[in-house]
Write a protein that binds this ligand. Structure first.
Ligand SMILES: NC(=O)C1=CN([C@@H]2O[C@H](COP(=O)(O)OP(=O)(O)OC[C@H]3O[C@@H](n4cnc5c(N)ncnc54)[C@H](OP(=O)(O)O)[C@@H]3O)[C@@H](O)[C@H]2O)C=CC1
Ligand SMILES: O=C(O)C1=N[C@H](C(=O)O)C[C@H](O)C1
Length: 249
């Protein structure tokens, strides 16, 4: 499986390049691409990349338009791992998935897929509970709240469709009953921590996932790239990959 790594010079991109060079999941590096072309052997333009079987994108959400135009033009499957997309960018992703296989997930770890499932379950069982999500990331992160926090809120909403996201809290006014509170902390080198608290008047369930290494997400992305091989056009996610019903497929 020949991989084009987009955003190859970033923190995640470097992990993808390393794993592809090590042959993880039968991967092989076709090209390392980064818009700002830093470093030896790094291409600045996707159009200069050789033949490949998949693109893995850990660049920036604004890259998604040109990236998908290129992937659709070549009929190449693509793993989109970036977060912070605008509604227009999400529409581009959904439209591209009608033409090519697209794997789209804000978190490539199986542990977080499980966390989503547990949060959905806890929200369904503890009727009327207050639900708060806290996410912690390194001080370089540009988007808040994290894509994973938003994904967790979506999972909760499957059990409680009436709930709306309430990002950050300050000033006057009580907590509304119909909200999912989402708080973002940015500090040091934290790789990624997500906590969902489901609280009634008499008890709290706390569900927590902590990522210790970016290798976790990179391994998940290469597994997703392998999963896309031979698949038809469509939108895939961690849920479809682990065979859980209700996935994006
Ligand atoms: N789905 C998942 O499991 C995970 C998702 N992520 C997401 O992946 C993305 C990258 O994270 P991270 O590696 O920490 O970020 P970095 O900033 O370290 O890396 C991003 C790289 O992409 C480059 N880049 C920026 N804009 C563009 C563009 N328009 N086109 C192509 N390349 C571009 C950057 O260049 P420059 O530095 O010059 O700006 C940089 O080299 C984020 O959206 C993050 O939220 C991260 C971890 C896990
Ligand atoms: O930017 C990051 O680093 C991460 N971003 C993803 C997100 O926004 O959820 C996933 C992971 O937590 C790391």
């Amino acid at each position: 499986m020949r991989i084009i790594a987009n955003g190859a010079c970033g923190h995640m991109g470097r992990e993808i390049v390393r794993l592809a060079e090590e042959g993880y999941r039968g991967g092989e590096l076709a090209a390392a691409v980064d818009a700002y072309g830093k470093g030896e052997g790094v291409l600045a333009d996707l159009h200069d990349a050789p033949e490949a079987d998949v693109i893995i994108d850990f660049s920036h959400h604004t890259a998604v338009g040109p990236l998908l135009a290129y992937a659709c033009g070549r009929g190449l499957p693509v793993v989109i791992a970036t977060t912070g997309h605008t509604e227009e960018e999400r529409e581009l992703i959904f439209a591209a998935a009608k033409k090519i296989p697209v794997f789209f997930s804000a978190n490539m770890s199986v542990g977080v897929a499980l966390l989503c499932s547990l949060a959905r379950q806890a929200a369904a069982v503890l009727e009327g509970a207050d639900i708060e999500i806290v996410e912690i990331h390194h001080n370089r992160k540009v988007d808040a709240p994290s894509g994973t926090a938003l994904m967790l809120a979506d999972a909760v909403r499957e059990a409680r469709p009436e709930l709306k996201n309430h990002c950050g809290r300050s000033g006057q006014g009580k907590r509304e009953q119909n909200e999912i509170g989402i708080s973002a902390l940015r500090m040091g080198g934290v790789v990624g921590t997500h906590e969902v608290m489901i609280t009634t008047e008499t008890q709290t369930i706390t569900l927590k996932h902590e990522a210790y290494s970016r290798a976790l997400f990179a391994e998940g992305a290469l597994t997703a790239a392998r999963f896309l091989q031979g698949k038809g056009a469509g939108l895939y996610d961690m849920r479809s990959m682990i065979g859980e019903s209700g996935g994006a497929e």
